[in-house]
Design a protein around this ligand. Structure first.
Ligand code: XMP
Length: 530
């Protein structure tokens, strides 16, 4: 939420580079309290300025004794807000406040039986014996003054500790992970009994506060919106058009790497839906020239992202008076692009097009109202804003478009093949999803596809068609089940659906003689091939 105010009740997760960091924020939001993530080493004054209702210190991969172990500003424990630490968060709380952490001989990974000790505000209402999820080697060996031990496991003498008087609580285990049987009860104890919060946050009441804060930020200035027609930028468009109406210009860059019929569809749907200025920029030739012969995926992403900024800047200069560029950056984009704003320790998986640095001579102030949200939350926000289902439930499509689904250099011939094959994949799997929706009444039911598309590898193979030898391209079908793109399973599609997709592609798309199905999940693969 770069330019939008935080709701009055908000819990800040200090990120120590945990694989569970986002999950904690997510669990808190699911319980009806807004939560966002901030770098672990943010100064206490900066954190105080965000007026948090509570802090949660996440886990992390480091040892507190490692040379460059992430640390926390000790003053965060004096802000007068309740603090809860998990795993590394417990250890850093202990060492910062005068306790000790020791290396244990044997780590503890997975489910572990926990026994409670004495009274505990955090564990109130949970059984004396219960199962928790552990993932650690170091452990607290001596609690700081004023703290009591509230549970143990066979290998962990301080599985949880608290100093109720100072409102400081911590667990060595991970309450945010579903395998911790009563983790959700503990989070509820913390949020509602200890912090006195009221579970009033929801997507619906968020809309009003986001609109108000966009109005306040923008004032009388003009904003251009980087509109791709996907759910994220459309939701930002809906928010902005509600907030600032005619001060908004929606800019759609046609880079020639869009799916079949997509540019026309985006323009029609968006201009029907909203009474805003819409600019369609035909940049196909410029992109074709820039991408000529480029093979390496990160280089493609950089070229495409940089040119996007230049195109927007040109429109802004023509429009005049534009201070802001709004875009639909979402939380996973930031995580996978190297955690620009969480400041976390995540590494760069791929540079999302909207997080490429500005080239020289280009500058905008950014408005990214969705940068703390996951895809399924954004869909709920879109529905709360009254966007039609056909926009809200569009499958994700990456900004760099088909350029990152054509392995190797992009060419007009490859683009034509991929557009045609992809159109068949979407037609068949849209129909498959629609059948499942009819049967189950659920949009993301078990086995429905979340994202599906065709990929064109840079190889050819031999086939036989009509008694003739062919030497032509294979197409790869990618279809995954997911809810937020952070993890994904390959879709267990029925054989008859696979057979129809394969049969149609080979029969209807010239230049293709084979179809393969990608049966890899994320991780270890990613959803896109580049
Ligand atoms: P990966 O391939 O990293 O993708 O598993 C996760 C989700 O993000 C989409 N994606 C992008 N979206 N700009 C975007 O707007 C990008 O540069 C980009 N790269 C990947 C991808 O389609 C999937 O839904």
């Amino acid at each position: 939420m770069s330019e939008t105010a935080l709701p009055e009740e908000n819990v800040i997760v200090l990120d120590f580079g945990a694989q569970y960091g986002q999950l904690i924020a997510r669990r808190v939001r699911d319980l009806g309290v807004f939560s966002s993530i901030v770098a672990c080493d943010a100064p206490a004054e900066e954190i105080a300025a965000m007026k948090p209702s509570a802090l949660i210190l996440s886990g992390g991969p480091a040892s507190v004794y490692a040379e460059d172990a992430p640390s926390v500003d000790p003053k965060v424990f004096e802000l007068g807000v309740p603090v809860l630490g998990f795993c590394y968060g417990q250890q850093i709380m202990a060492t910062t406040l005068g306790g000790e952490v020791g290396h244990t001989e044997k780590g503890e990974y997975g489910a572990a039986p926990l026994s409670r000790r004495g009274e505990s505000r955090l564990l109130t209402g949970t059984p004396e014996e219960q199962t928790v999820w552990m993932s650690h080697r170091d452990a607290v060996s001596r609690v700081p003054e004023g703290f009591v031990v509230t549970s143990v496991t066979d290998t962990c003498p301080v599985a949880s500790m608290e100093c109720a008087e100072k409102m400081l609580f911590a667990t060595q285990f991970h309450p945010e992970v579903r395998h911790t049987e009563h983790g959700s009860d503990m989070l509820k104890n913390f949020l509602f009994d200890i912090c006195g919060l009221s579970a009033t946050w929801s997507m619906e009441n968020l809309v009003d506060s986001m609109v108000a804060s966009i109005c306040k930020t923008v004032g009388d200035d003009r904003v251009i919106l980087a509109l791709s027609g996907g759910v994220d930028s459309s939701v930002v468009g809906a928010l902005l058009s509600r907030a600032i109406g005619k001060q908004l210009t929606c800019v759609f860059i046609n880079h020639g790497l869009l799916r079949k019929n997509e540019p026309e569809e985006v323009e029609r749907v968006f201009t029907e839906q909203f009474d805003v200025d819409f600019v369609h920029v035909h940049a196909e030739e410029r992109y074709a020239e820039l991408l000529d012969g480029v093979v390496e995926p990160e280089q493609k992403r950089r070229i495409i992202g940089t040119q996007f900024w230049k195109e927007f800047f040109t429109v802004a200069q023509k429009t005049g008076g534009v201070k802001y560029l709004a875009q639909g950056t979402i939380y996973p984009d930031i995580i996978e692009s190297g955690a620009r704003k969480t400041g976390g320790k995540a590494s760069t998986i791929k540079s999302h097009h909207n997080l490429i640095p500005f080239p020289e001579g280009v500058h905008f102030d950014l408005i990214e109202p969705l940068d703390h949200f996951f895809k399924d939350e954004i869909r709920a926000l879109g529905t709360a804003l009254g966007l039609p289902d056909r926009i809200v439930h569009r499958q994700p499509f990456p900004g760099p478009g088909l350029a990152i689904r054509i392995i190797g250099a992009v060419s007009p011939e490859k683009l034509e093949i991929l557009k045609n094959a992809d159109a068949i994949v979407r037609e068949e799997l849209d129909a498959y999803n629609a059948r499942l929706f009819e049967e189950t009444g659920e949009r993301n039911s078990e086995h429905s596809c979340w994202q599906y598309f065709a990929v064109l590898p840079d190889i050819k193979s031999v086939g036989v068609m009509g008694d003739e030898r062919t030497y032509a391209r294979p197409v790869i079908l990618r279809a995954v089940e997911s809810s937020d793109a952070m993890t994904a399973d390959w879709a267990k599609l029925p054989y008859d659906v696979l057979a129809r997709v394969s049969g149609r592609i080979v029969a209807e798309v010239p230049g293709v003689n084979r179809v393969a199905y990608d049966i890899t999940s994320k991780p270890p693969a990613t959803i896109e091939w580049e």
